[in-house]
Design a protein around this ligand. Sequence first.
Ligand SMILES: Cc1ncc(COP(=O)(O)O)c(C=O)c1O
Length: 410
Amino acid sequence: MQGDQGLTWRSWRILLSEVFVISIAALKRNTAILRQLKEEAGCGLVLALKGFSCWKAFEYIRDDLDGCCASGLWEAKLAHEEFGKKVLTYSPAYNESDVAQLCEFTDQLDFNSLGQWQRHCEFVMAHPRFKSGELHCGLRINPECSTGSTPIYDPCVPGSRLGITADQLKGADLTGISGLHFHTLCEQNSDALATTLNAVEEKFGDLLRSESITYLNLGGGHWVTKPDYDRARLVQLVKDTKERYGVDCWLEPGEAIAIHTGVLRSTVMDVFESAGHRVAVLDVSATAHMPDVIEMPYRPDVFLVAEDGVGEPAVCFKGETYHLASEGEGVVHRLGGPTCLAGDVMGDYAFSRELVPGDTLVFDDMAHYTMVKTTTFNGVKHPAIALQHEDGSIEVLREFGYEDFRDRLA
Ligand SMILES: Cc1ncc(COP(=O)(O)O)c(C=O)c1O
C-alpha cells in the first residue's frame, strides 16, 4: 500500500530519518487538474507561495500555471526569480522599501487598506512600469460574508484587519486602482464561492462595473483538487463574473496545488507509559514541523512503515480516543515531539502492534502549509527536503545542520 501521494516507500530505507518527501507525480496530477480548469474558465491561475514554496519543484509544475501569488516582498522575489511568469502580490502592509522593490517586477500589487494605497500611490503611479501598463494596482475588499467554520481562517470576522469594507470605500478617490481582490474561503467548495460572489455583487457590484476596474482576484481556498469539488460550477461562476463585470479573473490556490503531494518521515525515539497512556516520542515535532496540527487543529493520517523497508508499509489506524487500546482498536499510542512544549502532540493513534524505538512513521499530507511554517524551536533538527521523481528515484535537495539553527539566530 502507498499513500495518496503515489510515493513508493520501498527505497526509504536509504533515507535520513526526518525528511519531507514531495512527490512530483502527485504535484503534476494536481496542476493538470488546475490547468484544465483555468482553460475551461478562461481565467488566470497562480500558485499561492504561502502554502507551498519548495522552489526546486517549480520546474515540474510551471507549464500548467500562470505564475505565483506572493504575500510580500520575499515571496514575490522567489516567484520572480525561481518561477518566472506572473507575480501577483498582496500584503496586509508594505513599507516604502518593499513597494520600491516590488514595483520593479510584480505584475499586480494589491493593497489592504485605503491608508496603505494613499501612502504609496504617488510613488507607484510615477513608476515607469505603472505608466507603461506593466504594473497594475488593486485593493483587497472585505465582502463581510463568512462562509467557513474556523474563525482564525475567516478574514470576514467582525473587526478583521484583512480588506476594505464597502462602507470604508464610500467616496474614496480610486485614481490608479484597476483591480479588486478578495480572499475569504478556506478548504471550501464552489457553493461558498457562489455565496461570496453574491455578497461582492451586492456591496461592490457598481465599482466592478466601472470602466476603471479590469481585474478581479478571487483569492484561494478553492479546494479544486478534492474529488467531490464541483469544478463545473466554479467554471460557470468565473465565466459569469467575467461577463457581468467585463474583468479578467484570477484564482490563487495554495492548498489545492500541494494537497496530497508529500509526507514527513520520522523515527520513534522512545516509548513508555504515562498515567495509562502509551507515549511515543518521535524525532519530529508537531509545533516545529507541522504547526497546523496544533493551530487548526487537525489529525494527520499516519502510517507505520514495515520493518524491512521493502514492499508495502503497514497501515496505521487513526485513533481519536484518549485511552489505551480497547478491543479491535489496535495498540493506541500518543505521538509527541521532542520539544519542551507539553502540547507538542500529534494525537492518539492505534497501531497494529506496539511501537518500538527505531520504527519508521510517515505523516501523510505534509507538503502544504508545513514546510513553509517550520522552525528550529528547542534546537530541534529541521527535516531534510527530498523529491521523489516520477521514476521512483529520490533526490535529497537539502539537509539541515547545527549551523542552520545557529546562523538564523544572529
Ligand atoms: C490572499 C490569499 N490568497 C491565497 C491564499 C491561498 O489559500 P489556499 O491555500 O487555502 O488555497 C491565501 C491563504 O491564506 C491568502 O491569504
